[in-house]
Structure formats: C-alpha cells, structure tokens
Ligand binder design. Sequence first.
Ligand SMILES: Cc1cc2nc3c(=O)[nH]c(=O)nc-3n(C[C@H](O)[C@H](O)[C@H](O)COP(=O)(O)O)c2cc1C
Length: 481
Amino acid sequence: MPYRDMRDYLAALEQQNLLKRVTREVDHNWEVACLAKWMYQALPIEERFGLYFQNVKGSTIPVVTGALGASPKSVAIALQCEVHQINDKISNALRQPKKPKLVKVGACQEVVLTGNQARLDSLPIVTWTPGKDKGPYITTIVVTRDHDTGVPNMGVYRTMLRDPNSVVVYLAPGRHGFRNVKTWTDKGKNAPIAWVTATEPSIHLATVANLSYGKDEMEFAGGLKGEPIDLVRCKTVDLNVPAMAEIIIEGEIAPGDLDDEGPFGEFAGYMGHTGKSPVAKITAITHRKDPVFYGYTSQMPPSESTTIQSLMNAGVILQMMRDEIGDQAVHDVWIDLTYGGLLGHCVVAITPQFPGHGKRVGRTIAAITTLKRVTIVDTDIDIRDHTHVDWALNSRFSPQRDTVIIDDCYVPMLIDPSVRDVRGNVIQGSKMILDATLKIDSGPLSLPPKDLMMKAIDVWKDCGLPEFEIPKRAKLRLEKS
Ligand SMILES: Cc1cc2nc3c(=O)[nH]c(=O)nc-3n(C[C@H](O)[C@H](O)[C@H](O)COP(=O)(O)O)c2cc1C
C-alpha cells in the first residue's frame, strides 16, 4: 500500500528504528539544527535516523527533520523498495508518470487561516545555521506555475522569514521556479507561489530531481508513489497542492518587489551569498488539525539535502542516458553522498562497446549536468563502494591517457568557492572525466576460485571466527575468479 501521507511514512521509519522521537523541549532557533548537524557530522551513514522533535519551545507544532534523507535506507523506505532498487524505481516512474487527480476536499485545509490570521510566527520555522543565517528559513517544496502553459513546477528554494506576513525566496536564475515567476511578473501580474511541508515522501523526493522544464514533478511523484497524487486547489492563489500535506503556505510575488536575502548556510559547506530576491506576501496558511512541520537539514555535507539530491539525480541521469541519449551500455549511476548534489562526483558503470566509450559517456554526463567529476568504471565494480572504485582507478586508469579535462565551462553556482574569483564573482569552471574502464584483457584476478572461497566460508565458521556479510565488491570479484 502506498503511504497516504508523511504520517504513514514516519510510522514505517519508526518501526525500523530509523526515526527517533525527542521529548525534551528544544528551541527551533538553535537546538533543532545543532542536533541534526551532530547526527550527520558524527554518525556513520548506516546509523543515521530522522529526528522528530515533539516538544518545540513556543509552539504546539512538532518539527521533523532528516527523516527522508538520513541514509539510502530511509530513501528506499520512502520509495517502498530496497536500496539497490532505487535507480530502477526512479527510471520506471519517469517512464510511467501518473497525472495527479484534483479532489474537492483536502486534509491540508482542515484549518484555514487568511488575512491577519495567516502569521508565519505561528509556525516553528527553524534557523539552520544559528549565529550565521540571517533568520529562520523554510526549507521545503515550493510550487509555482507557468502563466502561459499552466504547467506547475516543484523545487526546493531556500526561503527566508522576513516578518510574520512575508518571506524572501531565493529563486536562482535557471531554476524553473524563477522562470515560472517571471512569466507572471513580466506581464505585470502577481505570481502565485505555495510552500508544501510534510506530504507523501514520493512528492518530497520528486521535487529534488532535476527534470527538464515543463515536466511536472507531480506526475513523476505519482509514478514513484504508484498511484496519482491527490491535489486540492489553494484557498487564495491559483495553484494546486498535495491534499494530504500537513501545512501549506500560500503567497504572491508582486513584480519588482525585492529585498535582501541571506546569508544562509549552503549544502556545499560554506555560507551562501547575500543578494536581492523576490518578496512573497503570505495570503494564507492552511493545515491539518494537528500538523507536523518538516524542514530539510542542509548546510555542511553530508546532509539530508545532499543525500536526497544525490540519490534522486543519479536515477534521473541513468534514465536520461539509457532512454533519451539511447546508450544502453550505461548500466548504473551513483553520486557520491559525502559531498552530494549535482556539484560533486558521479560514478558510472558501463559495458564499453568500443575504445573511448567511457570518455564519451563521461563527456555526455558532464554536458547535461553541473557535476564536476565523472568516473567511469566497468560493471564488475561496485560503484557505491569507494574502495572498489579506487581499486579500479589505481589499476585500470592511466592519468595521461584516461583523463579528459573540460575547461572553460560555466558552472553557475555562487555557493561553490572553486568557481569564484577573489572579488567573489563567478568565473569559468572546469570538469574532469576519469575513464577507469579496462582497456585490455587483464587476465584472471589474483583470488582463489569462487568454489574454493565459498567452501572456505564453512571452514571460517568452524574456526569460530566472527561471521560476516560478503560485500558486493567481493561477490563481483569472485564472479570473475
Ligand atoms: C534542502 C534543499 C535546499 C535547496 N535550496 C535551493 C535553493 O535555495 N536554490 C536553488 O536554486 N536550489 C535549491 N535546492 C536544489 C533544488 O531544489 C533542486 O535542484 C530542484 O530540482 C530544482 O528544481 P527545478 O529544476 O524545478 O528548479 C535545494 C535542494 C534541497 C534539498
């Protein structure tokens, strides 16, 4: 059964010990963020969990963070699959999107606050880099719509609390939310905008995938969920939002209304820039009777943000390479979670069909993404295991022959210090492709044959040695032994 809402998903996580409730009172101005940061800074990935703060100072609304992106396991539970099936799940959902269904009544509108009642200070909005961020930030799904085509878009854009009735939203040029808002404000009209917090996990995950402009993330989310998403019309703006969400904030951006935004701790690990960004006036807050507030933990990687951005975009790249570019030799794609998102390191497994195939795949991925480093390996390498990838790089890769540097490519990322000059201006960046596929038949591997190694496991147990799980890299190596 697909999860009906965030509550169903949180219950599933709790059952698997992947969500911890904090009952002690916490301050959303600093404690929530600092505790979440310790989870990512101190705990190994397999021990991370989501945090459910039940008792938030000055608020009756609990705060949840890290639940979606504690680890690949949390994302697999959100997508109702195993970790190794995440890419397939994403590819299938992109191939079979499901159009959303408009319903008349939505749980997210059990309570409707408009006019003077719609005050953002009624929500426990978190300060994510206490002592450094300009204020509390909403870090969740933002819904906009193209004025001319009517096609909606969902993305996550950091949104600064300005006062109880307005926010400043960082809509980076190039982002689809930016383009959509412009289609209204260029015509002198107010652009409708809405924030969705805590809804079906498939929707949260769909929104961080970089789909091409005009593709509706809600249809992708339906594909991930396995059934159409129920949407309900907003109360004060012309947008549709997930009916089962916990809280919806509705607003409007007036043409030319800008204000200072930032600094804000960014996912690359540095404080993000400050600048003028659009102001949105809040027109309504609607919510369930006993809502939960959700905010993504971002800032210093690894974080919830880098975990979900990496996993979702790896699946999108795999589907694009196979279905849209048409290269069936591309077997699997992984984006390194230690940095994450689309600025980092992507590892791709292929079955090379001709000399130079690895470089060609690397060049294509470098061209269609903002990724800086693309490493190509054979399918006998576990791309999720950096020790195995390093083995391939050490043994199958000759730097002069197998490196491609793509220079002078514009990486429009203000948050990346490697593409800024001393005055802080964005400068040309570069990318690197490392083709670590085998170029010759390297002969047998220096491991005993598989049958002997498997027989030796019984001997191992007889010796009373501690049991182990065979790592995937060892399984792949034994297949070739
Ligand atoms: C926690 C979090 C915060 C993010 N903040 C921003 C942001 O402030 N600005 C931005 O351009 N992208 C941000 N992103 C990345 C975008 O949401 C993501 O790339 C999304 O796919 C963009 O959607 P779009 O391509 O439809 O514009 C953030 C992602 C996460 C998970």
